[in-house]
Design a protein around this ligand. Sequence first.
Ligand code: 5GP
Ligand code: MG
Length: 180
Amino acid sequence: MSPLTGVLSDLDRVLLSADEIRARVTQMAQQIETDYDGKVITVVVLMDGALFFVSDLLRQIDLPIRLVTLGASSYHGGTQSSGQVKINWPAGVDFAGHDILLLDDILDTGLTLAALRERLLAENPATLRTAVLLDKKRPREHEVPLDYCGFEIEDLFVVGYGMDYQGRFRNLPCIGILKP
Ligand code: 5GP
Ligand code: MG
């Protein structure tokens, strides 16, 4: 595999290596598999940030899965939240009575996941749980109960492993902080 030295050179430092992410995602998959034993999981994924997380996670869960991808954003290309969430709700998907696992890359202000959870609960699922790879340690403007969390991180803007800055850096295998 290419060491991606081109894109990596824009990082100030690596917060989580590809190996650390891989090991933790495997643990999360095992936990989810145990918790949902005997069930079909309806996985609702927030694109595009959770793309690599969901891909690595779901391929290690030996249970039937329905995959639903959604677009939602509170960021609009910068590093600050805009305070509003736009949800592209999928047409024709049945959530009532299903066991839903909501997946996102990172919990920041909580605005996005709180809005999504509220919208999903209105569909009367059997259960609704939430998983994120990263939980930013910061005052939460919107409470989001987390059932699965990969790592707690400092309140810094991170890129890599699906997460972007202005559309770039999603393809970094690690998670890091950009140079100023
Ligand atoms: P929240 O609604 O919790 O404030 O923000 C959640 C969304 O903002 C995440 O799904 C993610 O797309 C984006 N986000 C939050 N913090 C970061 C960050 O540090 N880096 C990147 N690239 N995106 C972030
Ligand atoms: Mg996101």
